[in-house]
Design a protein around this ligand. Structure first.
Ligand code: ADP
Ligand code: 5GP
Length: 187
């Protein structure tokens, strides 16, 4: 069994920004491409950010036991980690990186135990979170309010993670996350 690094956070906290930075650092990290039945956003491509499935295709994979975990993260909107992604990445000798919701993060940590490092990314405040989601410009105001409404609940999961990284100045968050990952890799 190889190692895995799990990132969870309320939407808009900067998880993708930090994960993309870390993936570019040559640490042997590789992104686990999740499955979802939401529509692609912005420049997203099938098989790069996500595998985009119809609700019927997603359900068939659930019934076929193809997911390590899956959650209905927003009403009517499911996301899941395919077992095949973990196998694909470990077969190359790389460390799996998960970008999952807080419930998925806690569940994956339980599955992999000491082989897993779980990192919770936190924005400095809800107001800043809202500004970042608006600034990202990829979601309707409805979707943004839905994500904000969920954020306070999601924050209560932070103590269940191995490490919390506060994403105030992005450079500080980059170096904090990189340091804990380097420690974990060297263990
Ligand atoms: P998530 O993946 O957690 O939903 P993103 O990485 O997409 O969040 O970040 C949300 C928005 O906030 C993006 O537009 C991103 O460029 C911006 N952002 C991320 N980190 C910071 C930061 N430290 N300061 C200001 N803006 C940030
Ligand atoms: P977004 O729509 O912003 O890409 O993602 C919404 C939420 O779904 C984020 O919190 C993201 O981390 C989470 N997510 C993405 N993939 C998975 C997955 O495979 N499993 C779980 N549980 N959550 C996921």
């Amino acid at each position: 069994m190889g190692k895995v690094v799990i990132f969870s956070a309320p939407s808009g906290s900067g998880k993708s920004t930090i994960v993309n930075y870390l993936l570019s650092k040559g640490l042997g990290l590789e992104f686990s491409i999740s499955a979802t039945c939401r529509a692609p956003r912005g420049e997203e491509q099938n098989g790069r950010e996500y595998f985009f499935f119809t609700p019927e295709e997603f359900k068939a994979k659930v019934e076929n036991n193809e997911f390590l975990e899956w959650e209905e993260v927003y009403p009517g909107c499911c996301y899941g980690t395919l077992k095949s992604e973990v196998e694909r990445i470990w077969a190359k000798g790389n460390i799996v990186v998960f970008d999952v919701d807080v419930v998925g993060g806690v569940n994956i940590k339980k599955i992999f135990g000491e082989q897993a490092l779980s990192i919770f990314i936190e924005a400095p405040s809800i107001d800043i979170l809202r500004k970042r989601l608006i600034g990202r410009g990829t979601d309707s105001m409805d979707k943004i309010e839905q994500r904000i409404a969920k954020a306070e609940y999601e924050m209560t999961f932070a103590p269940q993670f191995d490490t919390i990284v506060i994403n105030d100045k992005v450079e500080d968050a980059y170096s904090d996350a990189e340091r804990v990952i380097r420690d974990f890799i060297s263990k």
